[in-house]
Design a protein around this ligand. Structure first.
Ligand code: GDP
Length: 540
């Protein structure tokens, strides 16, 4: 069944006088290895929701895309692109918030944090390649957070691995049960159709490139009708379909919600095959905004008091302005323009005079956000990744991870007279979450820690463009860093006394051990059993 053959609601059908508040929310992200088809799928999903009319728009750069965006003015004023960070669309009376995750693996930390702000993820797998490294990493973060996963096996219009093998691979590599919801009848040159177990219908590919294909409703996998609609060479493929229908486990909604089972959809984002099944599944099965882990207790989405946490910071690309956009997930209450919220970290209140509401296209302007929605908050450095904003004074969202850097470098300033400005620049970037910043207890060096080498280039060019400073990076004898968890003050002090030369503080003042290699780290772990050496620090 292609999107063309499905009756989509008219573009304005869901614009109700009651406004956004009345629509259920689904907040999700797409996780995949680069090239699996995330961008293409995003375009098609937005297209289906009427948010984008022309295919290619997500990818399109420059004026054409800007002219279409609802927040064009903000982008132009501030010179930043917020468009792709949050995309919203409506479909079937549901408002979808799709959070973009950067594809490049050097920026995976940003991706990880974005995953803390979603209730569900779509895992896109290339049918020819199966599970790739980046997919695996991102999946592990979803598992850590208990985020349910819907799988989309993409590119069935090309030769791929057999569906049975792909399902086995998911089960084995991810330790995740699978329930196929659809089944490709052949792939690549042999592709004849896509059967939906869920809708008991078959999309039949156009034969010999003619026409747009057709969908036949109410047809069984083992029916003579289906058999006669396919070519003779599809006979063995049909046997596979019948086997899958009989032998594969059924979808179990509870197991899905618990993150133990993934419904698997097959399709082609490029050819718009199976995308409608995926969208219907998100509408039907993806969880509504979930309670969020917090201290002293998880926050329920139906709590009246407004609360949210900052999961991403986007800096202004314009060097003349030092403002940034903080992206906040609303966790409870109805957030409105002008509202004052307290920041639990600083104890100070701030007025939300100019929040950016990400709205679906063709809607009347609605100045409020509901749980599950994302708002952009312009600020001049008052907000940080991990901050809690709320109407309650005693609330802290927990569980936003910081990851141990995999590359450490000493920052070298070309003009030593500018040390103070460099400090400011490094702290700003660390607060934005671009890099970890470490200050060794001995000496006056600054050490930056990043997840990938590309980030170092970004840091240097931003410091140059935004602060007018020229910096370089020198090697250090450390391979990685671990946050130190000590049971009490005495053991903390004892550890500092013992390892002073390798101990540093991060930008939040937390104690960090700079390790020369894995062997040294392992030895220390054995010798200091009362201490914890943490690769992931949860922001408290
Ligand atoms: P991303 O890196 O995951 O965002 O991947 P893209 O969406 O940019 O896709 C990578 C390449 O795969 C592009 O050349 C797409 O045109 C192509 N592609 C995406 N989906 C499909 C598909 O369903 N079938 C085929 N044949 N190619 C696809």
């Amino acid at each position: 069944m292609s999107l063309e053959t499905q009756t989509l609601p008219p573009k304005n059908a869901s614009v109700k006088a009651a406004g956004d508040a009345s629509l259920p929310r689904r907040t999700f992200a797409i996780i995949s290895h680069p090239d699996a088809g995330k961008t293409t799928l995003t375009e098609k999903l937005l297209h289906a929701g009427g948010a984008v009319r022309e295919a290619g728009e997500v990818r399109a750069k420059g004026d054409r895309r800007r002219a279409k965006s609802d927040w064009m003015a903000i982008e132009q004023q501030r010179g930043i692109s917020v468009t792709s960070s949050v995309m919203t669309f409506e479909f079937d009376g549901i408002r979808f918030n799709l959070l973009d995750t950067p594809g490049h693996e050097d920026f995976s930390e940003d991706t990880y944090r974005t995953l803390t702000a979603v209730d569900c993820a779509v895992m896109v797998i290339d049918a020819a390649k199966g599970i790739e490294s980046q997919t695996l990493k991102l999946f592990e973060v979803c598992r850590l957070r208990g985020i349910p996963i819907v799988t989309f096996i993409n590119k069935i219009d090309r030769e791929g691995v057999s569906p049975f093998e792909l399902l086995d691979e998911i089960a084995e590599k991810l330790a995740l049960d699978t329930a196929p919801m659809s089944w490709p009848i052949g792939m690549g040159g042999l592709f004849e159709g896509l059967y939906s177990f869920e809708h008991d219908c078959a999309f039949l590919a156009p034969q010999r490139g003619s026409g747009a294909g057709q969908t036949v409703e109410g047809i069984a996998p083992d029916s003579a009708e289906l058999r006669s609609a396919l070519t003779d060479s599809a006979a063995p493929l049909l046997e596979d379909l019948i086997l899958a229908a009989e032998a594969c486990p059924a979808f179990d909604r509870e197991a899905f919600a618990a993150g133990d089972l993934t419904p698997v959809y097959f399709g082609s984002a490029l050819k718009e095959i199976g995308v409608d099944h995926l969208l219907a599944a998100l509408a039907r099965y993806a969880p509504s905004p979930q309670p969020q882990p917090a201290d002293p207790a998880p926050v329920q989405p139906d709590d009246d008091k407004v609360s949210g946490f900052i999961f991403k910071m986007q800096a202004n690309m314009d060097p003349n302005h030092r403002d940034r956009i903080a992206f906040m997930r609303v966790c409870s209450g109805t957030l409105t323009r002008g509202m004052r919220l307290g920041n639990s970290r600083t104890g100070k209140a701030m007025g939300l005079h100019n929040p950016i509401f990400f709205l679906a296209r063709d809607r009347a302007v609605v100045d409020e956000a509901q749980p599950g929605d994302i708002v952009g908050i312009p600020n001049h450095g008052t907000l940080r990744v991990g901050d809690t904003l709320s109407e309650r004074s005693d609330l802290f969202f927990t569980g936003l991870p910081d990851f141990a850097p995999e590359l450490l470098r000493r920052v070298r300033l070309e003009d030593p007279m500018k040390a103070k400005q460099m400090r400011r620049a490094l702290i700003d970037l660390a607060e934005e979450g671009i890099a970890r910043l470490f200050r060794p207890l001995l000496g006056s060096d600054w050490i930056v820690g990043v997840v990938g080498a590309l980030q170092l280039q970004v840091i240097a060019s931003r410091i140059e463009a935004e602060y007018g400073l020229s910096v370089g990076f020198d090697m250090v004898p450390y391979e990685t860093a671990r946050w130190i968890g000590a049971p009490d003050e005495a053991s903390r002090k004892a550890f500092i006394a013992r390892e002073r030369a390798s101990v540093a503080e991060d930008e939040d003042g937390a104690l960090v051990f700079l390790a020369r290699n894995a062997w040294q780290l392992q030895r220390l772990e054995e010798e200091c059993p009362d201490l914890k050496f943490l690769a992931v620090k949860e922001r408290q």
